[in-house]
Design a protein around this ligand. Structure first.
Ligand code: F6P
Length: 343
């Protein structure tokens, strides 16, 4: 059995740990051969692979990014894309199964290929933690830890200068990173895409904190859209896929807080730092278990399925379960966090 791994979509701490888990389990337990497709689906479409002997994964669990490279290439695009061409390409390479490691877009592509009869299984990945089928994805814990550390540091300037500090974190559709990092850093307001909060309310929370002699900390997810933001969005521009540009919302929230409260306010965009560097131990363990679980899916010929964390168990679910809408922050979780806002 020869298994081809690919990592696709945004890089994420823990991708290398998945690769290591799959390679070690595949070789040690079943004597399988592992290879990696380079730069996501591009490597599949173009037949561009590297060998993954046991020595290639030594010490890899602690290394961020992906040794295979990644891209946002669509496997259905171009003259060599699509199920029939891909079937021919992998046959020529002697690859018997594909393990697609990626987020919503990657898994949607993997599902279409599996539905067309290709031997594809999946591993869910996103730092945003917004996939339905799994309680957690690796990369999320690392992003929350990095954001928490950054906010702890922002407090120094806030306290010394009596300023309000705003931290903009990732999360274009959901606010899990903002919610968890904000709660853990003791934020006085957390703004997420799922909840509409008027800037007057944010200003009130900030003023209450300032009045009792503390420096306010506001966490805003990049996808938060306050009332009346459309015009600003228009001015700042959009990414090609229609989402707000990183930095648009944090700047806006900062300006509005300053305007409404008169308190000096500064914005920090954490950006891709949240995806950089070594994964936390939680993410290393989860990613390793996902990599091993994916090899077991291949062993069982469970095409069209992916691994998922349910409680503390790694289980297998159909791709369609992961693609059944985004896992948003429930209102009850936001209300719980809100108890800690303002005064
Ligand atoms: O989906 C993961 C994520 O990090 C989002 O939180 C963020 O909006 C996006 O990717 C950034 O993507 P890119 O690296 O392509 O700018």
């Amino acid at each position: 059995m020869k298994i081809g791994l690919l990592t696709s979509g945004g890089d994420c701490p823990g991708l290398n740990a998945v690769i290591r888990g799959a390679v070690l389990h595949g070789i040690k337990s079943y004597d399988y051969e592992l290879v990696g497709f380079l730069d996501g689906w591009r490597g599949v479409v173009e037949g561009d692979i590297m060998d993954l002997p046991r020595s290639s994964v030594r010490g890899l669990a602690r290394v961020g990014g992906t040794i295979l490279g990644t891209s946002r290439t669509n496997p259905f695009d171009g003259p060599n894309g699509g199920p029939e061409n891909i079937a021919k390409t992998i046959e020529k390479l002697g690859v018997d199964a594909i393990v697609a490691i990626g987020g919503e877009g990657t898994l949607a592509g993997a599902k279409r290929l599996a539905d067309a009869g290709l031997p594809v299984v999946g591993v869910p990945k996103t730092i945003d933690n917004d996939l339905q089928a799994t309680d957690y994805t690796f990369g999320f814990d690392t992003a929350v830890q990095i954001a928490t550390d950054a906010m702890d540091r922002l407090r120094t300037t806030g306290d010394s200068h009596h300023r309000c500090m705003v931290a903009e974190v990732m999360g274009r559709h959901v606010g899990w990173i903002a919610l968890h990092s904000g709660m853990s850093a003791g934020a006085h307001a957390i703004l997420i895409p799922e909840q509409e909060v008027p800037m007057e309310q944010v200003a009130a929370w900030v003023s209450e904190v300032h009045e009792r002699g503390r420096s306010p900390l506001v966490v805003v997810a990049e996808g938060f859209i306050p009332e009346g933001f459309d015009e600003v969005l228009h001015n700042k521009g959009l990414e090609a896929d229609g989402r707000p540009r990183l930095g648009g919302i944090g700047d806006y929230v900062t300006q509005e807080i300053e305007r409404l409260t008169g308190i000096e306010t500064r914005n920090t965009i954490l950006g891709h730092i949240q995806r950089g560097g070594a994964p936390t131990s939680f993410d290393r363990v989860l990613a390793t278990r996902f990599g091993m679980g994916a090899v077991d899916l291949v062993r069982d010929g469970a095409w069209g399925q992916m691994v998922a964390l349910r409680g503390t168990d790694v289980q297998r679910v159909d791709f369609s379960e992961a693609l059944d809408g985004l896992k948003t922050v429930p209102e009850a979780r936001y209300d719980e966090a809100k108890i800690l806002f303002g005064r």
